[in-house]
Design a binder for this molecule. Structure first.
Ligand code: ZN
Length: 265
C-alpha cells in the first residue's frame, strides 16, 4: 500500500491523519491518546470551537481578498440575524487592521500561503502547512492569534512561561523547519518567524524568532514521546484515557468508587 498524496482538499481528512503525523496530532496524543485514536478512526468528532473559527477567519484574510470574501460568504456563523459581524469577529477585523498598518508584519507575511510540506521524522511520515513560505527570503512564518502576548502562562512541565512555549509553538516551528529542509534538500533550516497578534483592544503585536538550539532541544523532546505514540498509533498498544477531556467524559463508564482526594490528584 502506497502513501496517499496530500492536497489542500484531503489535508485534514482521517485518511491522511491515519498515515501522517502532524504537529496538532502530536499535541493531541500528549493530551489524550484515546480521544486522538477515536478522532483518527472517525469514531468521534471534537466539537468545533469558536476559537477555531476565529483563527480560520484571520487565516482566510492572510490568503488574500478572494479567499477572505469566499470564507465570509460560506460561513453564516460569523453573522448575526441582521447580517452584522459578531463582536468577536469585529475584534478580528481590528487585529487584521493592526497587522496591515505595520510594515514589519506585512514584510514578514510576504510569500506563498498555506504551503503543504511533508517529510519523515522519527521513522514516520509527517505533514505540515506553512502559513507563509518565503525560501528566497530565507524564512517561513506562522500567524498566531492569542489572548495576550506577554502574560505568563502556567505549564505543568515548564512552570510559568510565554504563550509560545506553553502552546507548543517552538516544537511546531522546529518540525516545520525540519520538514521544509528535507523537502528542499537544503542543509540549513530556514528562519522560522511567528507573527503574533493579541485578542486585546487595541491588539498587541510582535514578530518573534526562535533560536536553533532551542528548536533542537524541542525535537529531542518530541522524539522521546514518539516511541509511545507510534506504539499506540501503529503497534496495537491500547490508548490511555486521560479521564478529563470531552471524549473521555462523554464515553466514561464507571467501574469503581474513588476517594475524594483522587479528584484533584
Ligand atoms: Zn481524554
Amino acid at each position: 500500500m502506497g502513501i496517499p498524496v496530500i492536497n489542500q482538499d484531503n489535508y485534514y481528512s482521517n485518511e491522511i491523519d491515519k498515515v501522517y503525523m502532524s504537529n496538532s496530532q502530536y499535541k493531541s496524543f500528549l493530551e489524550c491518546e484515546a480521544a486522538t485514536i477515536a478522532k483518527i478512526n472517525g469514531e468521534w468528532q471534537p466539537p468545533s470551537s469558536e476559537a477555531l473559527l476565529f483563527g480560520q477567519y484571520v487565516h482566510a484574510w492572510l490568503e488574500g481578498e478572494q479567499v477572505f470574501d469566499e470564507f465570509k460568504m460560506n460561513t453564516p456563523a460569523l453573522f448575526t440575524q441582521k447580517g452584522q459581524l459578531y463582536k468577536q469577529y469585529q475584534l478580528a477585523d481590528l487585529m487584521i487592521e493592526s497587522i496591515q498598518n505595520d510594515d514589519l508584519c506585512m514584510f514578514v507575511l510576504q510569500g506563498d500561503k498555506e504551503v503543504i510540506i511533508t517529510g519523515k521524522l522519527f521513522g514516520v511520515p509527517w505533514k505540515g502547512k506553512l502559513d507563509v513560505y518565503n525560501p528566497a527570503g530565507g524564512r517561513f512564518a506562522d500567524l498566531k492569534t492569542t489572548r495576550s502576548l506577554r502574560e505568563k502562562v502556567w505549564d505543568q512541565e515548564l512552570g510559568y512561561c510565554s504563550f509560545v512555549e506553553a502552546y507548543g509553538y517552538i516544537g511546531q516551528m522546529a518540525i516545520y523547519a525540519e520538514l521544509e529542509r528535507q523537502m528542499s534538500k537544503r542543509n540549513e533550516w530556514l528562519e522560522p518567524l511567528i507573527v503574533a497578534i493579541s485578542k486585546e483592544d487595541p491588539p498587541d503585536k510582535a514578530v518573534i524568532n526562535i533560536d536553533n538550539s532551542r528548536m533542537e532541544v524541542e525535537l529531542e523532546d518530541i522524539e522521546k514521546h514518539m516511541e509511545r505514540i507510534i506504539q499506540v498509533k501503529h503497534g496495537g498498544e491500547p490508548p490511555n484515557r486521560c479521564g478529563k477531556c470531552k471524549y473521555c467524559r462523554s464515553t466514561n463508564q464507571l467501574n469503581r468508587i474513588i476517594h475524594f482526594s483522587e479528584l484533584i490528584s
